[in-house]
Write a protein that binds this ligand. Sequence first.
Ligand SMILES: [Zn+2]
Length: 177
Amino acid sequence: MILMNKDKQEKRVYIIDSTAIMHFFPNDKIVNEDSYLIIPDILRSEIKSFQAKAVLEVMDADKRLVYTSPSEHSLMTVKEKAKSSGDISSLSKTDIHVVATALDFPGSYVISDDNAVQNLCSFLGIKVETFSFKIKTRRTYFWKCIGCSNTFKEKIELCPECGNKLKRFYKKKKIKS
Ligand SMILES: [Zn+2]
């Protein structure tokens, strides 16, 4: 799906996550810009508070709000990348849908203040806009046993070697801005 305006020029597309809904108003640039705002269906169904619903009404006032669900292919891609970066244990199903929706709209921006969402976007080459918190390094997480120091790529509860607990660590790389 390509969203175009009357001048056949592509409009900016923003994918909104749950942290972004509550911080929507202060961002004049996005409020005033002629852009499309996309909310994954799964997030829409989670919105219960009066305040958040009011934000959605304002977003939809000029009919630029779009609800959609990500493709299965994008969901798979995002889940696989989240496993390899180690973000998967920090992400909700909704977070996964937000990032997968961004993959369905090449060139789109994810709006999120969430650390894990931003980290995953950085691995997938997805641009991010934030309201208050922006990560500066990209992290690949791993888990290390506090007993025998064995390391694991994925989160597990107890070390299969010695039964001790695991702690999360990460390798980091600076993000070029
Ligand atoms: Zn161990």
